[in-house]
Ligand binder design. Structure first.
Ligand SMILES: O=C(O)[C@H](O)[C@@H](O)[C@H](O)[C@H](O)COP(=O)(O)O
Length: 240
């Protein structure tokens, strides 16, 4: 079957009146999923994306009274900057998610100081592979160029990072729209997650998603790689 004709995973849409309502409801769902994992096996794993959209969600989630000491949090992707840098997703997670009750969580960074992006990716892949995979929850965002994670159009390693058989859990990628070199979870680690959330807000992203849900090349709108190859439903959360 050609990639453009790949059958899509089930898509469940959740629409809300505004970002605040979405944040509250999604935080409840994520907290409940993490709690269930803790009850089932004594631990839970969560991978979150960066950017501006998830800030309200992170704040809402950080106040949920689950046993955060049993939760490992990591990043779906990271810019190759140190944690103190304003563009760091580690910094974003520390400021908005790893606060309040969620301050008890264990955090696994992707960035490695003193390494180039490829070396950092290999080291980060080792840290991810040491976790109890598959992730219980993966929260994705999307850019208006149709990227998710760091699966950017024209990305230097786009074919590899979106290969469902990719053998490395984290890879480096560079792309015209990405800014710094990036470290990203690869497709297998995302599509195998127990709960896959695509959290987008605004009409422009809604229009990009509509295009992505129609037939087309994954290289054009790389979010298609997740939509086409996820084996569990993709839960789309949207607010104006
Ligand atoms: O590091 C990143 O930039 C993110 O992981 C990225 O994939 C993000 O989810 C989108 O770029 C949307 O970002 P906004 O929420 O800021 O639009």
């Amino acid at each position: 079957m050609k990639a453009t004709e790949m059958a899509q995973a089930p898509i469940h849409r959740h629409e809300f009146g505004d970002g605040g309502e979405l944040a509250e409801k999604l935080a409840e769902t994520v907290a409940g999923t993490l709690s269930a994992a803790i009850a089932a096996r004594g631990a839970a794993t969560l991978a979150v994306s960066g950017g501006n959209t998830p800030k309200a969600l992170f704040a809402a989630l950080s106040s949920h009274a689950i046993d955060w000491s049993k939760v490992t949090v990591t990043l779906v992707d990271e810019r190759m900057v140190p944690p103190a840098h304003e563009r760091s997703n580690h910094r974003l997670a520390s400021l908005f998610l790893l606060q309040n009750k969620a301050a008890e969580a264990r955090f696994v960074p992707l960035y490695r100081p003193g390494s180039d992006a490829a070396e950092a990716a290999k080291s980060a892949a080792g840290a991810i592979d040491a976790l109890a995979l598959p992730f219980d929850v993966v929260i994705l965002g999307m850019g208006t160029d149709g990227h998710t994670a760091s699966f950017f159009p024209e990305g230097s390693t786009l074919a590899a990072v979106t290969d469902p058989a990719c053998g490395q859990s984290v890879m480096s990628i560079e792309a015209p729209g990405a800014g710094e070199p990036r470290l990203t979870l690869t497709l297998p680690r995302i599509v195998e997650a127990g709960l896959i959330v695509l959290h987008i807000e605004g009409d422009e992203k809604q229009a990009v998603l509509t295009r992505a849900l129609s037939a087309g090349a994954e290289t054009e709108l790389p979010v298609r790689a997740v939509l086409n190859k996820a084996t569990t439903p993709v839960e789309i959360y949207w607010a104006p």
